[in-house]
Design a protein around this ligand. Structure first.
Ligand SMILES: [Zn+2]
Length: 476
């Protein structure tokens, strides 16, 4: 029998607020445990939690960026469970009245067709403490770090619309892009500011009845989510085929062994309405105000880049992938750099260089101003692409401008036709064998000749002009 996977995701996103959800402690990860804590976030009895306005605003913006409908009224519940990472015995979360409902994300499926994956709801919750397991001599000990306790989270719960590892990964990437556009969260699975749990069950293809679902946690990259889902589908398929039962439980992804392993369930109690935190009211005017804060979103930006700047589809996708990349690209285009050259430059030269130097495009010393100067030198054929690469490296190292480096290094390109003609003739004379091959119709020899001429000029010759001069010789 053929089975179909039915997958729902629960994604925790840590909002990039300066403070925690209910107190003024810094919302930051720190090397030193228990340094950002106060009586509220270590949950001493009797402390009253005050919801941070900044967190509420960023949570609401995140919802709007995902196309969700904000609820006019939402409220907190006490999600009761007992575990050492939660000494007060309950987590403040929204269960009965979440912040927002609905919304969807469009992805391209494996068959190349567009698919709309729906979001069920989004709610706010506080993070719990972090357990650190160590060994002291022969004794295994567990320590509790409260720096993360009370960090502001939103949890995004999808409808079970996802049917493959590919769709789950595409959904997460698109979700991350949209939230980063809204600038409300970093959304890095690697650093833990985005965490994803997957609920996976199988059903006979075409049927509405499900087998029991299994929850998988602990994936630390988008790719790991794909691998964990793929593994879990296979594991469940095998159980069902062998006539064994799929048991409702939680599993952890083990990235070293590439398997999911069963974990002991925490005791989970009920969700009781919390009497202490004031309910959230969202007036229509406030929602409108928030909506105005949203920037142009990736899909619209991509469409506009194609229309306005004549970018090919792949180029416009790359240029709208991150808001900072889009801003950089548009600044270059506004400065008058040819848009397609700018797009190519950013994706093939600048981004790899930034990655190598661990710099972010929004903060790099290679500002759009400095890049545009270099791009103009290329466009005016004052330097060739090879020289431009070297100039870029030196710009990173020295802080000098493109023109300064081009002058100092004597990198300015030789474009003078007479000079290039002399150079080419000298190369042809020195390589009679190659000339024979050209006469015999071996076109690839032209590359060799151009290469020799480039070398002879110290990399300064204009390769396009050389090529044109060579083809004018009519060897073939
Ligand atoms: Zn605190």
């Amino acid at each position: 029998m053929l089975y179909e996977a039915v997958i729902g995701l629960e994604i925790h996103v840590q909002l990039n607020c300066p403070t925690k959800l209910f107190c003024d402690c810094a919302n930051t990860s720190s090397e030193k445990p228990n340094t950002h804590i106060c009586p509220t976030c270590i949950w001493l009895p009797g402390r009253i939690a005050q919801l941070s306005e900044d967190a509420l605003e960023k949570a609401a913006l995140t919802c709007l960026a995902l196309g969700c409908e904000l609820s006019p009224k939402s409220a907190f519940d006490q999600k009761v469970y007992y575990y050492p990472d939660l000494p007060k015995g309950y987590q403040l979360s929204q269960h009965h009245m979440p912040l927002a409902y609905g919304g969807w994300i469009e992805i391209t499926g494996e068959d190349g067709k567009l698919k709309r994956l729906r979001i069920h709801h989004v709610h706010i919750e506080e993070d719990v403490a972090k357990l650190v397991h160590e060994t002291e001599g022969q004794t295994r000990i567990s320590l509790v770090d409260f720096n993360r306790a009370g960090a502001p989270l939103v949890e995004i719960v999808t409808e079970p619309d996802i049917h493959s590892p590919h769709d789950a990964m595409a959904f997460l990437r698109a979700l991350r892009t949209r939230i980063r556009y809204a600038k409300t969260a970093e959304c890095s699975m690697e650093s833990g500011t985005m965490r994803c749990d997957a609920n996976i069950s199988l059903r006979p293809a075409g049927s509405d009845a499900f087998f029991t679902k299994v929850e998988v946690k602990n994936m630390n990259s988008v790719k790991a989510v794909g691998s964990a889902i793929a593994y879990e589908i296979q594991r469940q398929e095998k159980l069902i085929t062998e006539g064994r039962e799929v048991v409702l439980h939680t599993r952890l992804w083990d990235p070293d062994k590439n398997v999911t392993v069963s974990m002991r369930d925490k005791f989970a109690g009920p969700c009781i309405p919390d009497p202490s935190v004031t309910a959230i009211r969202m007036e229509p005017e406030r929602i409108e105000e928030l909506r105005k804060q949203l920037p142009e979103m990736p899909a619209q930006k991509q469409h506009r880049f194609s229309e306005q700047y004549g970018l090919a589809e792949e180029e416009s996708v790359l240029m709208s992938l991150e808001r900072d990349i889009a801003d950089y690209f548009e600044t270059l285009a506004e400065k008058g750099v040819n848009a397609r050259n700018a797009a190519l430059w950013i994706s093939s030269r600048l981004m790899p260089a930034l990655k190598e130097r661990k710099q972010e495009i929004s903060r790099t010393e290679m500002t759009p101003d400095r890049s545009s100067e270099l791009l103009f030198l290329i466009e005016k054929e004052i330097v060739n692409p090879k020289q431009a690469r070297e100039i870029m490296t030196l710009m990173f190292e020295s802080g000098k401008t493109a023109s300064q480096i081009a002058d100092e290094k004597g990198y300015r390109q030789i474009t003078d036709t007479t000079e290039l003609q002399t150079l080419l003739d000298a190369v042809l004379e020195a390589n009679p064998d190659a000339v024979e091959k050209l006469r015999a119709g071996k076109k690839e020899t032209a590359g060799f000749i151009i290469g020799q001429a480039m070398q002879k000029s110290g990399g300064r010759a204009n390769p396009k002009t050389l090529s044109a001069l060579l083809s004018r010789k009519n060897f073939t």
